[in-house]
Design a protein around this ligand. Sequence first.
Ligand code: C5P
Length: 403
Amino acid sequence: MGALIKNQHILLAVTGGIAAYKSAELVRLMRKHGAEVRVVMTEAATGFISPLTFQALSGHAVHTALLDESQENAMGHINLARWADALVIAPATANCLAKCRHGLADDLVSALYLTATCPVFIAPAMNQAMWAKAATQENIEALQGHGVIMIGPNAGEQACGETGFGRMAEAWEICDAVLGSAESGMLAGKTVLITAGPTREPIDPVRYLSNHSSGKMGYALAEAAAAAGASVTLVSGPVSLTPPKTATTIQVETAEQMHRAVLERARSHDIFIAAAAVADYRPVQVETHKIKKTADGMTLTLEKNPDILADVAKLDNPPFTVGFAAETHDLEHYALDKLARKNLNMVAANWVGRDQGGFGSELNALEVFWPAGRQSLPMTAKTRLAGQLIALIAERMHDQNTA
Ligand code: C5P
């Protein structure tokens, strides 16, 4: 996920679609990542969202007209195009795509597209039937052939009440695509402690209780946190993954060992992410010799393991604490309950036991909850999802500190 454009001049062109409201968030996000953003709008876009909103968010006057003397004097469209390190058209209507494809230049946005020599990113947004129409698809294909980077659209419910492809990509997806890894630099100077993988609770010298956790999510989070500039400590249960080069990895077996390793370090870390699938119970008695199968049946008596996550959240000055919730039903209910009961800053919940990624899979989707909000992170590779979750954590921490 190399950064294509970083900390640079982004020219955001907004055309007339209901998704224009998401572009306000996009300006905020890109500025948070250090980019300087200037906004231009078509006449139609101003019917959906006020130029004043973008002016306030970008800190610059918004250009709306091609042939306005005062605007051209301030910074004409040629100069705007020269200033830009990237042109982002979001949302791009079907009309805008058609104009760009054919080289029309009868408004500010299409004229800028023609003038721009920098990379161009386009996030289309339209009704699903307009998106599916051959004319639009041909325009998309042609523009891609001209070197334009398309972002989305996504599928889902649309403002017009229909369902299908055509929803504009989310602000963070666009930010991610334009600024490279959206989380890059977001955790510079921070320390992050992460648990990953399963634990093994011994029964006798050759047997143990455990679960199917692969550790992939925790390891991906460690890599993503390091990529975001953090110094990372990973406390890992037994997994078959190669420890990330960018983290200090501590290998443990049992929940008690994991508990000790985490509690010794939690106070010196800014963020704690509990991605491990810790065994809730362990055998009371660990036999010193292998148990023989002489009896017809046997009963294992179990006792509860310490809750590592809850114990970290209970510390006097706890790190920003993030828990996971793997649920087979009532995901939201259990996630919110966990957030409150364990006094967490954030819970990342995912479905298990369905055809939806999770344990062992390369893919996953998360529903992320924090005390004042929530965000869906749709099904994608765990490595990418990890970056998105790290970006969310960094954002929430930032908001908390500046609140
Ligand atoms: O309460 P529950 O086990 O469902 O909570 C799951 C979350 O708590 C995960 O983040 C997991 O890593 C963490 N956990 C823990 N120690 C335990 C049990 C769960 O840190 N003993």
